[in-house]
Design a protein around this ligand. Structure first.
Ligand code: FMN
Length: 158
């Protein structure tokens, strides 16, 4: 099974989880990058405002085509109980190109259900597996067991 991990990460948490998943699976990985500067407090506020309004962004060019993969594992931080703007933009741009999907989210602890629902709605796909990791689990490094069971589900789903 050919698998791609794609993720966006503003401050490194989603990147950490995405890299761990890709290294466990030995699969391709691509970071989605935004043309907008989202750093600092201004970037935070702008991102929250845009997420609430359901805005899109302009992404930097990315290389991998999801159509070339049996499964695309999509990772996002949760922004205002929604997928981050770069990931919702990516999903819209690639709608119809996904065979199977799995989702993972990083977050402080609120808005998971709405985020997963939004990702299902945009892709039109039911995920074969989902994973969520909180900021405090990431800080403590207490997420290996979650990644293990996510990977089991990914393999079962395929
Ligand atoms: C604009 C913005 C909105 C956020 N909204 C939420 C939220 O609704 N619920 C939540 O639990 N965490 C929220 N967070 C926290 C992030 O989801 C969390 O810190 C995540 O791990 C960041 O991932 P990253 O380091 O990959 O960017 C928000 C963060 C940002 C920047």
């Amino acid at each position: 099974m050919k698998i791609l991990v794609i993720y966006y990460s503003r401050s490194g948490n989603t990147q950490k989880i995405g890299e761990k998943i890709a290294s466990e699976l030995g699969c391709d990985i691509e970071k989605i990058e935004d043309t907008q500067d989202r750093s600092g407090i201004i970037g935070f506020l702008r991102s929250a405002y845009q997420a609430i309004r359901g805005k899109d962004t302009t992404l930097k060019p990315y290389n991998k085509n999801p159509q070339d993969y049996d499964l695309v594992i999509i990772g996002t931080p949760i922004w205002a109980s929604r997928p981050s703007i770069p990931i919702s933009t990516y999903l819209k741009e690639n709608k119809g190109k996904f065979k199977d999907v799995a989702f993972f989210c990083t977050y402080r602890g609120t808005g998971l259900k709405d985020t997963i629902e939004a990702m299902k709605e945009i892709t039109g796909k039911e995920p074969t597996a989902t994973l969520d990791v909180t900021d405090s689990e990431i800080k403590k490094g207490a997420y290996d067991h979650k990644i293990e069971s996510f990977i089991k589900n990914v393999k079962k789903g395929g």
